[in-house]
Design a protein around this ligand. Structure first.
Ligand SMILES: *Cc1c(COP(=O)(O)O)cnc(C)c1O
Length: 496
């Protein structure tokens, strides 16, 4: 049995899961993937009545073969015992004729918590005795806070988050700037998200800076292409399936569908991994917003990033390159790394590539793809609330609309819709859809929405309004490198 990860662009690379987590992505620019994924079988019959954490243990042992069972177990407990507001971690709600898998019960009320609570725990087991690591994250809103919460107060690790000044919502800004913890750094930069992102990349590649930081300090990222974020997401596909079995909606072995609001393709790819491991799934419904590069790919076989960019009401899905799609191309091409490399080189040089008819057909066996406009998002939020009393956030509503489109072809297969954020995280759009007379202030909107709908405000979003602001830095985008250097010195050299 193979126990190594390889690169999507070069099958000669062999690397352990621990090394893959440490590095993030391969030196050739490819992503780390596990060959022959479908040979690692998980028998759903053995998952009956297991808790979320017990299922996580089974899934992670399979996919992280060089971690000891104890390392995995400690990581799971540290990640999920205390930080989620329910023991179930990702509970399933029954709504109308479908099931909502709620991924927003973590410390920041967004689905990224599932991966970002786990990644730092896994990283702990990867650092050698004297090593210290500074995590750098550029964020357009959600990832920054989820990363801060994941890495907060961990020994030998620090985290620095850059967000665009005036480029995130009021709640998102408050969430980040009120973060406590001994090792957390947050600063606004005078620039946009792309400036933050491209400067962070430059910092990673700065050899001079590496020398200055010293041998024992490395820089790393909490990027969504890291297998340490991706693999924990496989767990909730198994867990939600077992919930449907437990509640007698299906018999064990029956196939179900999953609808997934999609940006970088990490979440839905984790579902495909679950299917490869043996979860009985018919189709994954991939839902995009008006940045619908993927829908066009499904219709034509051409992936073309040269499309107008839209700022939508589901901003965490405003993405033109779904990085994790490269991993699907690897599996669907029969693990042909030369082929994937050719496509990715074309994407780099021309901004587009075209797959063969055979590969497109292979992809369509497992996936359906569609998109939702902003107006449709608001209609969906309103319709589902009025009809079923269930309040969805805009990202989830993108999924809902595409799910209903798909069901015109297949209404019978049981359906799970993944919900990726609390409605209170994007409260203006949600209030707009279900309320009249909307106050100006986000905090007031929250309170009013809670009163009207009886849906509780998550603790962290309720409390954030009264917390002290701990991070007020605003820096020039050209000063990011020196900022990192001074924070590394403060974290790792000046403290005791
Ligand atoms: C990141 C995010 C998504 C998209 O997930 P991907 O794994 O990038 O496809 C969807 N909804 C919300 C709220 C998110 O934060």
């Amino acid at each position: 049995m193979n126990n190594y990860y390889t690169s999507t662009r070069n099958k000669k690379i062999q690397i352990s899961a621990k090394e893959a987590i440490k590095k993030g992505f391969a030196d050739d620019g490819g992503l780390f993937v596990f060959p022959d994924l479908n040979k690692l079988h998980i028998d759903v019959n053995k998952l009956i009545n297991l808790s979320y954490e017990e299922i996580a243990q089974i899934v992670l042992e399979k996919l992280l073969p060089d971690f000891s069972n104890e390392e995995i177990s400690n990581s799971i407990h540290n990640a999920y015992d205390e930080s989620f507001d329910t023991k179930e971690v990702t509970p399933v709600a029954d709504v109308d004729d479908f099931h909502v898998l709620e991924l927003f019960h973590g410390p920041t009320s967004a689905f990224k918590d599932v991966g970002l609570q786990m990644l730092p725990q896994l990283m702990k087991n990867v650092l050698e005795a004297n090593n210290k690591v500074m995590i750098l994250t550029a964020t357009s809103g959600d990832t920054g806070k989820a990363a801060l919460e994941g890495f907060k107060n961990l020994e030998k690790m620090g985290i620095t988050v850059f967000y665009p000044h005036n480029g995130v919502s009021k709640i998102q800004k408050l969430q980040m700037t009120t973060t406590n913890g001994s090792n957390t750094e947050v600063t606004a930069i005078k620039g946009n998200f792309d400036d933050a992102q491209s400067n962070v990349k430059k910092i990673f590649n700065d050899e001079q800076l590496k020398k200055e930081l010293g041998l024992n300090v490395s820089l790393s990222s909490a990027n969504s292409i890291n297998i340490g974020r991706l693999i924990p997401q496989v767990v909730y596909y198994f867990y939600s399936y077992m919930q449907l079995v437990k509640n007698k909606h299906i018999n064990i072995g029956n196939k179900i569908n999953f609808t997934v609001p999609t940006g970088n393709f990490g979440d839905v790819l984790a579902g495909y991994y679950a299917k490869q491991l043996g979860l009985p799934v018919n189709k994954f419904i991939v839902a995009s917003n008006e940045n619908n590069v993927l829908t066009k790919f499904f219709n034509s076989g051409i992936y073309d990033r040269n499309m107008p960019f839209f700022q939508t009401v589901a901003p965490s899905m405003d993405i033109q390159i779904s990085s994790n799609f490269e991993r699907l191309l690897y599996y669907k091409s029969g693990e042909d790394t030369d082929y994937v490399k050719t496509l990715m080189d074309q994407l780099e040089s021309e901004g587009k590539y075209q797959v063969s008819d055979e590969i497109l057909a292979e992809i369509k066996k497992d996936f359906y793809c569609g998109f939702s406009t902003d107006d449709e998002v608001k209609d969906s939020i309103k319709d589902v609330y009025n009809k079923d009393g269930y309040l969805m956030d805009p990202h989830t509503a993108v999924g809902y609309k595409v799910m209903r489109d798909y069901q015109a072809h297949d209404a019978k297969t049981p359906m799970v819709l993944l919900s990726t954020a609390s409605p209170y995280k994007f409260v203006k759009v949600v209030a707009d859809a279900v309320m009249d007379d909307i106050p100006d202030d986000d905090h007031e909107i929250m309170e009013k929405l809670a009163q009207q709908t009886n849906v509780a405000i998550p603790d962290n979003l309720e409390k954030v309004w009264s917390l002290p602001i701990l991070h007020e830095d605003v820096i020039d985008k050209s000063d990011m490198k020196s900022y990192v250097k001074s924070k590394v010195e403060a974290e790792f050299y000046d403290k005791n």
